[in-house]
Ligand binder design. Structure first.
Ligand code: THU
Length: 135
C-alpha cells in the first residue's frame, strides 16, 4: 500500500513534535541540533533528537532516535507512514545514508519530509534510497 502523502493536520503534528524535541538535542560537538518525528501507520507520533558522543562515530541521528522510540512503543510491526526532520538553524538537511536505510526498513513507501534549499521537500523513502538493502 502506498502512502505518499500526509494530511495538513498530520503535517502540522509532525512539525510541532519535531521542533519541540529539537530543543532537547545533545549536540555539544557539532552544535547542529536536529529533531525528527515519526507518524506511524497506526497514527501514533514519536519524536527523537540527535545524541552525540565524545567518540564521534557513536552519534545517533534524530531520525534513528525517533524510529527506535516508535519501535519500542509499537513493537516490531511498526511501520512508518511519514517522518519529518528539522534542524534548529532551519538550513537544508536531508537524512544521511544510514538513516535512509533505517527508514526504508520500516517503510519503503514512507513519506520523508525534510528541509531542502527552497522549503520542505516530500520524498518517498524508496526514492531517497533506490534499491535499499533487504535481507
Ligand atoms: N544529524 C542528524 O541527526 N540527522 C540528519 O539527518 C543529519 C545529521 C546529526 C548528526 C550529528 O549529531 C549532527 O547532525 C551533525 O552531523
Amino acid at each position: 500500500m502506498t502512502s505518499f502523502s500526509v494530511s495538513d493536520e498530520d503535517r502540522a503534528r509532525l512539525l510541532i513534535a519535531a521542533f519541540e524535541v529539537v530543543k532537547r538535542a545533545y549536540a555539544p560537538y557539532s552544535q547542529f541540533r536536529v529533531g525528527a518525528a515519526v507518524l506511524t501507520k497506526k497514527g501514533n507520533l514519536f519524536a527523537g533528537c540527535n545524541v552525540e558522543n565524545a567518540s564521534y562515530g557513536l552519534t545517533i541521528c534524530a531520525e534513528r532516535a525517533a524510529i527506535c522510540a516508535a519501535v519500542a512503543a509499537e513493537g516490531a510491526a511498526m511501520e512508518i507512514h511519514a517522518i519529518i526532520v528539522v534542524n534548529e538553524q532551519k538550513v537544508p538537511c536531508s537524512p544521511c545514508g544510514a538513516c535512509r536505510q533505517v527508514i526504508f526498513e520500516f517503510g519503503a513507501d514512507a513519506l520523508v519530509i525534510f528541509q531542502g534549499s527552497e522549503g520542505f521537500k516530500d520524498i518517498p523513502a524508496a526514492e531517497l534510497l533506490p534499491d535499499g538493502f533487504r535481507l
